[in-house]
Design a protein around this ligand. Structure first.
Ligand SMILES: [Zn+2]
Length: 415
């Protein structure tokens, strides 16, 4: 690609190019990126940035692509835009064949492999009537999550390069690995990145914005019983598998992911391994408030004590292995970060729709690493599915939103 081609092609052409570069991540890896393919797309993006004249564009050892668009305004906060290059493992994600449906008529979209994308099942489609819709052939995911975000950031850079009359400060961008497996962003160096505020472009349909996530504690719980030959086990054996059953059975039924929604948190036993001597299992606790999360930790601790009290000789140990915090705890003290994004969305012609994420985002980690980072819409929908789709008009709105934010931040003074 030449600089001229990159500047002129538009967001759709960029999107179609990126989704055809395979880049699924893989859980359980000890290296970042978790798959070598992510380095391939990282290099493509880095080369494009260099072609555009962003001379500091580079890919680091973990696969993070970073670059700076210099500004015409000084003394304002440095704003940054981030999107992840990996696609979710678990849904076929290699060999994506994107299909472009122009002037969508509001009816069913029949995909070549037999799947049907219908507004009956996905009413959001009706809001995109008349739009150009991108789907796959139905055999893979599309990868709008999050290559729509990548394409939009790239396109916004192209737009600003062609419109030097638009005043903005320095803009940092980052394309990041392994978001879908939750292991990438820990390796991101917020300090060297040098931005004051960040936005992930990793949301859904037009107008949506997320500034609130779960608080999360991940636990590894180990139950140790007392082993004995089964033939002489009477009054001797304590079977850890039975204790596991009692422990899990005592988790309140109204605190499960499958019995909660909205602002309610949960306790989720996730994976088990072991035998009658010793069982290890993972438990996820989630809540929007720190108090609610602490309460869930206390429930687990009291279940552990109860087991040990009733079965002398048994041992239940709880170890916290990771988690993240609700970005709102920081963002509530940095109101401009959210307000400017809301204003930028309004300037694209709609009211922002504030949403909570019943999970975490890279932004929840970044926010606590010192870079306040809410999440913004990309125009994609049905993420993590072979029925994933995106509206080109909404993607163009996301590009517009980025440009408005660049301008709005240029009017602020650096703290
Ligand atoms: Zn995503």
């Amino acid at each position: 690609m030449t600089k001229e081609q990159l500047l002129k092609e538009g967001v759709l052409a960029k999107f179609l190019r990126y989704v055809q570069i395979d880049s699924p991540s893989l859980p359980g890896q000890t290296t970042t990126p978790s798959t070598p393919e992510q380095l391939v797309i990282a290099k493509v993006l880095c080369e494009e940035l260099q072609t555009l004249g962003l001379n500091d564009a580079k890919v680091d050892e973990y696969g993070f692509v970073t670059a700076t668009l210099p500004g015409s305004v000084t003394g304002c906060p440095v704003v940054s835009f981030l999107a992840h290059v990996d696609t979710v493992p678990g849904v076929p994600g290699r060999g994506v064949r994107p299909l472009v449906h122009e002037n969508y008529d509001g009816g069913d979209i029949k995909l070549p492999n037999g799947e049907v994308l219908s507004p009956v099942a996905f009413p959001k489609l009706l809001e995109a009537k008349g739009h150009t819709i991108v789907t796959t052939d139905g055999s893979t995911l599309l990868g709008a999550d999050d290559k729509a975000g990548v394409a939009e950031i790239m396109e916004a850079i192209c737009y600003l390069l062609q419109h030097p009359e638009i005043k903005h400060g320095p803009i940092k961008i980052a394309f990041t690995p392994d978001e879908e497996v939750g292991s990438g962003i820990d390796n991101f160096n917020v300090e060297t990145f040098g931005a004051d505020v960040g936005y992930t472009l990793d949301g859904g349909t037009y107008g949506g914005m997320q500034d609130e996530t779960f608080n999360a504690d991940n636990f590894l719980i180990t139950i140790t019983g007392v082993s004995s030959h089964t033939g002489s086990a009477r009054n001797a054996m304590i079977n850890a598998v039975h204790l596991l059953g009692e422990f899990v059975g005592a988790i309140p039924a109204n605190m499960r992911p499958e019995t909660t929604d909205g602002m309610l948190g949960f306790i989720h036993p996730d994976a088990v391994q072991g035998s009658f001597e010793r069982v290890e299992f993972k438990v996820f606790a989630r809540d929007f408030t720190s108090d609610g999360l602490a309460k869930k930790g206390e429930i687990l601790a009291s279940l552990a004590e109860d087991i040990m009290r009733r079965y002398p000789g048994s041992k239940v140990e709880i170890e916290r292995t990771g988690g993240y915090r609700n970005m709102k705890e920081i963002l509530k003290d940095r109101p401009k970060v959210v307000q400017i994004a809301q204003e930028a969305i309004r300037r694209t012609g709609t009211e922002p729709i504030m949403q909570q994420v019943r999970g975490g985002t890279d932004g929840s980690q970044l926010t606590f690493m010192g870079l306040p980072t809410p999440n913004l819409f990309t125009g994609g929908a049905n993420a993590h599915s072979r029925l994933e789709w995106a509206s080109v008009e909404w993607m163009e709105k996301a590009v517009e939103m980025i440009i408005h934010m660049a301008q709005l931040w240029a009017e602020e003074t650096k703290a």
